[in-house]
Design a protein around this ligand. Structure first.
Ligand code: SF4
Length: 104
C-alpha cells in the first residue's frame, strides 16, 4: 500500500500525524507530508511523492484518511500483494483509494 497527500487541500490540523507519526509529518510550513523511513517526501510532494506503508501502519493510515478534514489523503492499494490487508473502509474514504496493479 502507498499513500500521498494533496498539500493544496491540507488544513494543517495535524490529525494524520496523531494517527500515524511514522507515515505523516508536519513541516515548518504547517502542512502535512508523507514520510518513508523517517524521511519526509516533500520534494515535490503531492501525487509525485508516494510513501510505501508497512503492514503495521496500514490500519492507522486508513483511519487517518477517514478522519482527514481536508479529504486530501490518497491511498493506492497494490494488487495482488495487498489483498490480505485489513483495508475495510467507509464510502467517504473509498473515493480516495485507487487499485494499483503491480503487473501493469
Ligand atoms: S489530517 Fe489531512 S488536512 Fe489534517 S494535516 Fe493531515 S493531511 Fe492535512
Amino acid at each position: 500500500m502507498r499513500v500521498w497527500i494533496d498539500q493544496d487541500l491540507c488544513t494543517g490540523d495535524g490529525l494524520c500525524v496523531d494517527h500515524c507519526a511514522d507515515v505523516f509529518v508536519q513541516l515548518e510550513d504547517g502542512i502535512a507530508y508523507v514520510a518513508e523511513g523517517g524521511r519526509p517526501l516533500n520534494d515535490p510532494g503531492g501525487s509525485s511523492s508516494l510513501a510505501v506503508v508497512v503492514t503495521r501502519d496500514v490500519r492507522r493510515v486508513i483511519d487517518a484518511a477517514e478522519d482527514c478534514p481536508g479529504e486530501c489523503i490518497f491511498i493506492e492499494i497494490d494488487t495482488p500483494s495487498d489483498a490480505e490487508l485489513d483495508a475495510t473502509v467507509t464510502p467517504r474514504v473509498a473515493a480516495r483509494i485507487k487499485l494499483r496493479d503491480e503487473a501493469a
